[in-house]
Write a protein that binds this ligand. Structure first.
Ligand SMILES: [Zn+2]
Length: 106
């Protein structure tokens, strides 16, 4: 029996989003799709301010979905990009628990 709550890999999620939305989002283009991402970021901000935990979770999922669909439109493999950038530790200091100066962005 399949557990519907089983974790989804980033790769699986990108593939799912590709199937659901690539055609529409490619037709809309990066600029228009990016605007939707920004709208969802705004909704996440509102949910973080005064939404329920469930509402916050939904908005995180929406932001991740729109971010992922834009990666599909431009042909970026997210799992590969994340592995390259963060797979060997913090890009700033190279540590798995960041030791970068608090004043700087890692
Ligand atoms: Zn660091």
């Amino acid at each position: 029996m399949t557990d519907s709550r089983a974790s989804v890999s980033l790769n699986d999620f990108q593939q799912l989003i590709r199937q659901m939305y690539l055609e529409k989002d490619a037709a809309r283009g990066v600029d228009g799709t990016f605007m939707w991402l920004m709208e969802e970021v705004g909704e996440l901000a509102a949910a973080l301010r005064d939404g329920s935990h469930d509402e916050q979770g939904e908005e995180f999922a929406d932001v991740l979905a729109w971010l992922t669909t834009i990666a599909n439109v431009v042909g970026v493999d997210l799992a590969d990009a994340v592995q390259r950038k963060y797979g060997t530790g913090c890009p700033g200091c190279g540590q798995f628990v960041c030791t970068c100066d608090d004043a700087g962005k890692p």
